[in-house]
Design a protein around this ligand. Sequence first.
Ligand code: SAM
Ligand code: SF4
Length: 464
Amino acid sequence: MENFIKKEEIVSILNNPINKDPKFVRETLDYARSVQNNGLSLQQIACLLQNTDPEVEKEIVEIAREIKSRVYGNRVVLFAPLYVSNHCDNICDYCSFRHDNPSEIRKFLTNEEIKAEVAKITELGHKRLLMVYGEADYSMKTMMSNIEAAYSVRTGNGANIRRINMNIAPLDVADFKELKKANIGTFQCFQETYDWDTYHKVHLKGKKADYMYRLYAMHRSIEAGIDDVGMGVLLGLHDYKEDMMSLFVHAKQLEKDFNGVGPHTISFPRINPAVGAELSYNPPSPVSDDQLKRIVAITRMAVPYTGMIMSTRENANFRNWSLGAGVSQISAGSHTTVGGYCRKEDEEHTSQFSLNDDRSLDEVVYDLAKNGFIPSFCTGCYRRKRTGEVIMGQLKSEEGIKMTCMPNAISTFSEYLRDYASDKTKEVGKELVENMVKKAPEHLKPYLQDTINKISDGENDILI
Ligand code: SAM
Ligand code: SF4
C-alpha cells in the first residue's frame, strides 16, 4: 500500500510563488466561476487557500454562493445522527469515547432501545439516519441486526427511516460487503488528520493508530460496492491548509482509482469540548470561524458536485451562513448521547462532545423555509440506485437536478408539513412550496401539483 499523501509535495504546492501571481489568481477565480468548473487542480486550490487579499476573499465567497445555487438550488437535505454505542477500544486524544475515560458511562443500545430511539426520531419527521459507533469488538452480525432493527420501525402514518448512513470505524472488504447487504447508503469516516506525525501523536492506542488502514478505508468500501463515501478532517488537529489539501489529494486518488467516483460528501467537524479529553479544550491548531468559512467556500469551488455536511457542532448562525456558501446537508434536532432521544438526563456522561445548535427539527425547518431554503427529506438517489458514477453524472447536468432532486424535495417537504410541522412552520412552508411551483419549468408544473395533491390526500413517499 502506497501512502499517496506526500507531505513535501503538498507543502511545496502551497508555497509555490505562483499562488501570489495576480494573473494566476484571476485565472483561478474565473475558471472556478465558469460552468466548465468540474473541480479545481491542487495548485488552484492552494492559490485560494493562500490568498490574503480581502477583495479576493469576498469574491471566493461570492463564487461559492453562485455554484451552490447553480448546482444544488435552494435544497438542504436533513438528517439525524443516532449514537448506538460509546464503547471504544481506541484512545483518541480529543474524544470522550476514548477507552481510558473513566467519566464516560458505557452503553451499547439493544435492538429494542434502537427501535425506541428511531421511533422518536421518526416522530420528529426525519427520514435519514446516520448511525454512529465507537470502535469496539462487536460482530458484524450485531451491527447488521441493529440496522435491520432501525429500518423496521414504523410510526404514525407508516412513517419510517428510508436511508441509513454509517459513521463507523474502517472495515475490511468482506465486512463492507456484508454491510452493503444491510442496505446502507453512505459509509462515512474521517481521516481526522492526514499529517503522519500529528496522526500518531493523537491516536495513542487501538486499531485507529494504524494510519494506512484508515487511509484506504474508502478504497475498500468502494471495492465492496458501497460507492457513496463521506470524508472529512477533524479541524483543529493540524494546519488546516495542509489537511484540506491532503483531503483533496485523497479525493483525487479515489477519482483516479475508481473511474471518476470521488467522495459523495465532505464534512467539516471542528473540535468541540469533550469531557475527559483534555486536547479538545485546547486544540493544537485551532480553526477560527473566519477560517472555517474560507474552508467551506473553497471546498464548494474545489469540488462543485460533492455534497457538503455541517453538523450541530456549529451554532445556528454559522450553519445558516454556510448553507449559502456551499453546505448541502445538515443534521437537526441531534443528540450525540447514546440513548439521548429517549432520555436526556445523563447527557454529559454518554455524549461524545458538546453541541452548539440545540434547535429542534421544527425550528431548523422553520428557519430554513423563512430564509428561502427548501428542507429536503429525500432519500431517492440511493433507493433509485443513483449512487457513485450515476449520481455524479446527474449532478453535473442542471436538467437532471430539476427533474429529480427539486421535485423530490417538494414531495418530501410536503409530507413533513402535513405530518409534523408546527402551525407557524406550516405557514412559511406552504408559501415556499407555492413559490417554488410557480417558478418551476412549465413542463414540471403538472407533476408537482399532482404530487402535492396526492400528498395532501394522504399518499406517502412519492419519488422520482
Ligand atoms: N469511532 C468511529 C471513528 O472514530 O471513526 C466513528 C465514530 S466517531 C464517534 C465520529 C467522529 O467524531 C470522528 O471521526 C471525529 O472526527 C469526531 N469527533 C471526535 N471527537 C470530537 C470532538 N471532540 N469534537 C468534534 N468532533 C469529534
Ligand atoms: Fe473511539 Fe471514534 Fe472517539 Fe476515537 S473518535 S475514541 S475511535 S469513538
